[in-house]
Design a protein around this ligand. Structure first.
Ligand code: AMP
Ligand code: ZN
Length: 431
């Protein structure tokens, strides 16, 4: 364990710590963030009414739309002069959602990723290859900072370039791999195709997250590379990776409860559910200074498990993410909302407002096809003009949504109409 005092403290002690921290963060939010103050006032709650964790359920929720509406700095609880980093992710429209970190927030995030890597057995003698993307996305820098904190040797590869990734794994003797699970599977298959076996490599474990995956994928990744494949979870709004991590028991992800309080709610009634019940995951950050989140609705569906874990950590565990309560898709690690694609299409000459997203997994990699209906005029235009419209849509999707999609222009009225809510997505990945 990286921090046994915090990871294995008694649950009573932790609850007392959480209560103290919750009171402070609520006060901070009320005093510094206009939206939080207005929401609490509307519910008639003052910071001094919050006595501890038991009062969490009375506090208002925060949604992704709040980050959109307050973009970019409206939810900051610290002055910009104290913000040392911005990270971001895609939002529901063309604008990203962004989060600001103080140096203290970066230090906490770094420790949480150090705990994550330590739980995979990593230490100063390890060589950690980070194949998550670097940039606004939290995956690359998050894993990098955590690996540096434990004193491991970091190889900051960023994502892509499979041939080079394999060369580094082999030549540099990488022991720990960090990337998305679909990329891990692809890497594993590519390693085998290159004629290598696990005996040629020193890989021991991998921390894989940022998108949903399955036990079947775990088994396959473990076989291909002879490693322990561990699930890790996080989201930009909370800190990035490091929110929760699996230990080598592989029985769910320990939530770093001394910094983040998880709740499961019934998404319809918004009432908290007990451990063991599936529902929507909600997080409250209790130590964040830059952009603390009060009861943030992740829209991820899972269960909490408070039974003891053989590893000795007393941190509650969350199960695999089994779905979403909204229409967000994750394609090659990038969050994609159908509404973003729609915003690219509206106003474009030659296309009708009818589209369909078809997602598949080909050779372990996600493939997105965007089918768009042409107008009658466009349909009778030249092949050259139709092709250049397709290329324009492709480029706009890539720059606004951040994924490369195959654009298929289809004849007018060829996408099936539905009588109720339009069906915009066909996901064939079976996750
Ligand atoms: P981002 O803020 O771009 O990192 O995206 C965060 C979202 O990625 C989460 O809300 C989840 O939907 C998804 N995610 C991250 N880690 C996992 C994981 N281990 N399993 C399933 N989904 C994940
Ligand atoms: Zn454990």
């Amino acid at each position: 364990m990286f921090n046994p005092t915090m990871e294995a403290m008694s649950r009573d002690e932790r609850r007392a710590l959480q209560s103290e921290r919750l009171k402070q963060v609520v006060r901070r939010e009320y005093d510094n963030v206009a939206v939080y103050r207005a929401r609490m006032d509307a519910k008639g709650i003052k910071p001094e009414d919050v006595r501890g964790v038991e009062d969490l359920k009375f506090l208002p929720f925060t949604e992704k739309t709040d980050l959109r509406d307050q973009y970019p700095y409206g939810l900051l609880a610290a002055p910009l002069s104290e913000i040392v980093r911005i990270q971001g992710s895609s939002g529901t429209t063309g604008k990203p959602i962004v989060s600001g970190y103080t140096q203290g927030d970066i230090d906490v995030w770094t420790e949480l990723m150090a705990r994550t890597l330590s739980a995979a057995g990593a230490g100063p003698n390890d060589i950690v290859q980070v194949a998550y993307g670097y940039g606004l996305f939290t995956g690359g820098l998050g894993a990098h900072q955590g690996a540096s904190r434990i004193g491991a040797t970091v190889i900051p590869m960023s994502s892509g370039n499979t041939h080079r990734q394999i060369m580094m794994i082999k030549d540099l003797g990488t022991t720990i791999l960090c990337c998305t699970p679909s990329y891990a599977l692809y890497l594993g298959e590519s390693i085998r195709e290159a004629g290598l076996t696990p005996k040629d490599l020193k890989l021991r474990a991998g921390c894989f997250g940022a998108e949903p995956w399955t036990e079947g994928m775990r088994t396959r990744i473990e076989e291909l590379m002879d490693i322990d494949a561990l699930d890790i979870y996080g989201l930009t709004e909370i800190c990035g990776p490091g929110v929760s991590f699996e230990c080598l028991e592989k029985k769910g992800m320990h939530v770093n409860e001394d910094h983040i309080i998880p709740e499961i709610i019934d998404p319809a009634t918004e009432q908290p559910l007990p451990p063991g019940a599936a529902g929507e995951l909600v997080f409250t950050t209790i130590t964040k200074q830059g952009m603390p989140m009060l009861r943030y609705r992740t829209h991820d569906i899972c269960k909490l498990d408070d039974s003891p874990c053989a590893c000795g950590r007393t941190l509650i565990r969350m199960g695999r993410i089994t779905g979403r309560t909204d229409d967000m898709l994750i394609i090659r690690g990038v969050n994609v909302f159908p509404s973003q694609i729609e915003s690219v299409l509206v106003g474009l000459e030659g296309v009708a407002p009818h589209y369909l997203l078809v997602v598949d997994r080909v050779n372990s990699q996600d493939v997105l096809e965007v089918q768009v209906e042409m107008t009658e005029d466009m349909f009778s235009d030249t092949v050259g003009n139709i092709q250049s419209l397709g290329a324009r849509i492709h480029d706009r999707i890539r720059s606004i949504v951040g994924v490369s999609a195959k654009v298929k222009l289809v004849p007018p009225r060829s996408i099936p109409r539905s009588e109720g809510k339009a069906k915009r997505v066909i996901d064939n990945r079976k996750l």
